[in-house]
Design a protein around this ligand. Structure first.
Ligand code: ZN
Length: 193
Protein backbone atom coordinates (compact mmCIF):
# COMPACT_ATOMS: atom_id res chain seq x y z
CA UNK A 1 0.00 0.00 0.00
CA UNK A 2 1.27 3.46 -0.89
CA UNK A 3 -0.17 6.96 -1.25
CA UNK A 4 -1.05 7.81 -4.86
CA UNK A 5 -0.30 11.32 -6.06
CA UNK A 6 -2.14 13.80 -8.23
CA UNK A 7 -3.16 13.41 -11.05
CA UNK A 8 -3.81 9.67 -10.54
CA UNK A 9 -7.31 8.98 -12.00
CA UNK A 10 -8.55 7.20 -8.85
CA UNK A 11 -8.38 10.56 -7.03
CA UNK A 12 -11.14 11.74 -9.39
CA UNK A 13 -13.20 8.58 -8.87
CA UNK A 14 -16.46 8.60 -6.94
CA UNK A 15 -16.05 5.72 -4.48
CA UNK A 16 -18.80 3.16 -3.93
CA UNK A 17 -20.36 2.30 -0.53
CA UNK A 18 -18.91 -0.71 1.28
CA UNK A 19 -21.29 -3.66 1.64
CA UNK A 20 -19.05 -6.03 3.56
CA UNK A 21 -17.19 -5.35 6.82
CA UNK A 22 -14.91 -8.25 7.63
CA UNK A 23 -11.37 -9.03 8.80
CA UNK A 24 -10.06 -8.09 5.36
CA UNK A 25 -11.46 -4.59 5.78
CA UNK A 26 -10.07 -4.31 9.32
CA UNK A 27 -6.63 -5.26 7.94
CA UNK A 28 -6.95 -2.55 5.27
CA UNK A 29 -7.83 0.00 7.98
CA UNK A 30 -4.82 -0.99 10.11
CA UNK A 31 -2.52 -0.65 7.11
CA UNK A 32 -4.01 2.73 6.22
CA UNK A 33 -3.35 4.04 9.75
CA UNK A 34 0.29 2.88 9.59
CA UNK A 35 0.79 4.52 6.20
CA UNK A 36 -0.89 7.72 7.41
CA UNK A 37 1.46 7.97 10.40
CA UNK A 38 4.52 7.04 8.32
CA UNK A 39 3.73 9.89 5.90
CA UNK A 40 2.92 12.44 8.67
CA UNK A 41 -0.76 12.64 7.74
CA UNK A 42 -3.84 13.27 9.91
CA UNK A 43 -6.33 11.65 7.52
CA UNK A 44 -6.24 9.17 4.65
CA UNK A 45 -8.98 8.17 2.21
CA UNK A 46 -9.20 4.69 0.64
CA UNK A 47 -8.94 5.94 -2.94
CA UNK A 48 -5.65 7.68 -2.03
CA UNK A 49 -4.21 4.17 -1.63
CA UNK A 50 -5.91 2.79 -4.74
CA UNK A 51 -9.05 1.34 -3.13
CA UNK A 52 -12.35 2.62 -4.60
CA UNK A 53 -14.28 2.34 -1.30
CA UNK A 54 -16.12 4.88 0.83
CA UNK A 55 -13.73 4.62 3.76
CA UNK A 56 -11.25 6.90 5.47
CA UNK A 57 -9.20 7.01 8.66
CA UNK A 58 -8.36 10.01 10.82
CA UNK A 59 -6.24 10.95 13.79
CA UNK A 60 -6.24 14.73 14.14
CA UNK A 61 -3.19 14.55 16.42
CA UNK A 62 -1.16 12.64 13.82
CA UNK A 63 0.37 10.82 16.80
CA UNK A 64 0.32 7.01 16.52
CA UNK A 65 0.56 6.73 20.31
CA UNK A 66 -2.80 8.52 20.72
CA UNK A 67 -5.04 5.57 19.82
CA UNK A 68 -8.01 7.28 21.51
CA UNK A 69 -7.97 9.86 18.71
CA UNK A 70 -8.20 7.27 15.93
CA UNK A 71 -11.46 7.27 13.99
CA UNK A 72 -12.61 5.06 11.13
CA UNK A 73 -15.40 6.18 8.80
CA UNK A 74 -17.16 3.65 6.58
CA UNK A 75 -19.75 5.10 4.16
CA UNK A 76 -19.70 8.57 5.79
CA UNK A 77 -22.50 11.04 5.10
CA UNK A 78 -22.30 14.69 6.14
CA UNK A 79 -25.81 15.47 7.38
CA UNK A 80 -25.39 19.10 8.43
CA UNK A 81 -22.86 21.90 7.91
CA UNK A 82 -22.63 25.23 9.70
CA UNK A 83 -20.43 28.30 9.84
CA UNK A 84 -17.43 29.15 7.70
CA UNK A 85 -13.71 29.01 8.45
CA UNK A 86 -10.60 29.63 6.37
CA UNK A 87 -7.51 27.58 7.21
CA UNK A 88 -4.41 26.19 5.58
CA UNK A 89 -4.63 22.67 4.14
CA UNK A 90 -2.30 20.14 2.64
CA UNK A 91 -2.84 16.65 1.26
CA UNK A 92 -0.71 13.50 1.10
CA UNK A 93 -1.63 13.18 -2.59
CA UNK A 94 -0.26 16.70 -3.25
CA UNK A 95 3.09 16.51 -1.42
CA UNK A 96 4.62 19.89 -0.60
CA UNK A 97 1.54 21.91 -1.62
CA UNK A 98 -0.42 23.98 0.92
CA UNK A 99 -3.21 26.49 0.43
CA UNK A 100 -6.02 28.22 2.30
CA UNK A 101 -9.44 26.60 1.97
CA UNK A 102 -12.77 27.97 3.22
CA UNK A 103 -15.02 25.26 4.66
CA UNK A 104 -17.97 24.98 7.05
CA UNK A 105 -16.75 25.04 10.67
CA UNK A 106 -19.22 22.58 12.23
CA UNK A 107 -20.57 19.35 10.78
CA UNK A 108 -22.78 16.40 11.71
CA UNK A 109 -21.61 13.09 10.26
CA UNK A 110 -23.10 9.63 10.15
CA UNK A 111 -21.00 6.61 9.27
CA UNK A 112 -20.61 2.89 10.00
CA UNK A 113 -18.14 1.68 12.61
CA UNK A 114 -15.95 -1.38 12.05
CA UNK A 115 -18.29 -3.42 14.27
CA UNK A 116 -21.18 -2.59 11.92
CA UNK A 117 -22.87 -0.04 14.23
CA UNK A 118 -24.11 3.26 12.86
CA UNK A 119 -22.17 6.08 14.53
CA UNK A 120 -23.10 9.72 14.67
CA UNK A 121 -20.56 12.48 15.44
CA UNK A 122 -20.49 16.22 15.62
CA UNK A 123 -17.18 17.77 14.69
CA UNK A 124 -15.80 21.27 14.92
CA UNK A 125 -12.65 23.11 13.82
CA UNK A 126 -9.69 21.02 12.69
CA UNK A 127 -11.41 17.64 12.91
CA UNK A 128 -14.41 18.98 10.95
CA UNK A 129 -11.96 20.17 8.30
CA UNK A 130 -10.26 16.78 8.06
CA UNK A 131 -13.59 14.91 7.83
CA UNK A 132 -14.73 17.21 5.00
CA UNK A 133 -11.39 16.96 3.17
CA UNK A 134 -11.51 13.13 3.35
CA UNK A 135 -15.20 12.86 2.44
CA UNK A 136 -14.42 15.05 -0.57
CA UNK A 137 -11.75 12.54 -1.62
CA UNK A 138 -14.39 9.78 -1.65
CA UNK A 139 -16.41 11.92 -4.07
CA UNK A 140 -13.39 12.42 -6.31
CA UNK A 141 -12.83 15.99 -5.10
CA UNK A 142 -9.35 17.19 -4.15
CA UNK A 143 -8.66 20.21 -1.94
CA UNK A 144 -7.38 22.07 -5.02
CA UNK A 145 -10.97 21.92 -6.34
CA UNK A 146 -12.01 24.04 -3.33
CA UNK A 147 -9.48 26.85 -3.90
CA UNK A 148 -10.10 30.40 -5.04
CA UNK A 149 -8.81 31.25 -8.52
CA UNK A 150 -6.01 33.30 -6.92
CA UNK A 151 -4.90 30.49 -4.64
CA UNK A 152 -5.05 28.04 -7.53
CA UNK A 153 -2.85 30.27 -9.68
CA UNK A 154 -0.22 30.31 -6.95
CA UNK A 155 0.23 26.53 -7.09
CA UNK A 156 -0.27 26.16 -10.85
CA UNK A 157 3.40 25.46 -11.54
CA UNK A 158 3.65 22.74 -8.91
CA UNK A 159 0.53 21.07 -10.35
CA UNK A 160 1.93 21.20 -13.88
CA UNK A 161 5.13 19.61 -12.60
CA UNK A 162 3.18 16.82 -10.89
CA UNK A 163 1.26 16.14 -14.12
CA UNK A 164 4.50 15.87 -16.07
CA UNK A 165 6.01 13.52 -13.50
CA UNK A 166 2.88 11.34 -13.60
CA UNK A 167 2.87 11.09 -17.40
CA UNK A 168 6.55 10.30 -17.42
CA UNK A 169 6.10 7.54 -14.80
CA UNK A 170 3.23 6.13 -16.84
CA UNK A 171 5.35 6.05 -19.99
CA UNK A 172 8.12 4.28 -18.11
CA UNK A 173 5.65 1.67 -16.86
CA UNK A 174 5.82 2.61 -13.14
CA UNK A 175 2.12 3.53 -13.25
CA UNK A 176 -0.40 1.44 -15.24
CA UNK A 177 -2.26 2.93 -18.21
CA UNK A 178 -5.71 4.47 -17.66
CA UNK A 179 -7.63 1.42 -19.02
CA UNK A 180 -5.69 -0.90 -16.71
CA UNK A 181 -6.39 1.37 -13.71
CA UNK A 182 -10.15 1.33 -14.47
CA UNK A 183 -10.08 -2.48 -14.83
CA UNK A 184 -8.41 -2.78 -11.40
CA UNK A 185 -10.93 -0.41 -9.82
CA UNK A 186 -13.88 -2.47 -11.13
CA UNK A 187 -12.29 -5.68 -9.83
CA UNK A 188 -11.79 -4.18 -6.35
CA UNK A 189 -15.40 -2.96 -6.32
CA UNK A 190 -16.69 -6.45 -7.05
CA UNK A 191 -14.99 -7.70 -3.85
CA UNK A 192 -16.54 -5.29 -1.39
CA UNK A 193 -19.25 -3.01 -2.90
ZN1 ZN B 1 -6.12 14.69 0.93
Amino acid sequence: MKVLSYPHPILKYKCKPIQKIDQGLRDIVAEMFQLMYDTQGVGLAANQVGLPYRLFVMNASGDREKKEEEYVFVNPIILKKNGKLKDNEGCLSFPGINADVIRPEFIDVESIALNGDVQHFQWAGRSARIVQHETDHLDGIGFIDRLSQTALLEIKEELEYMKMAFTSNQHRGFIPAETEIIREIKELERLRC
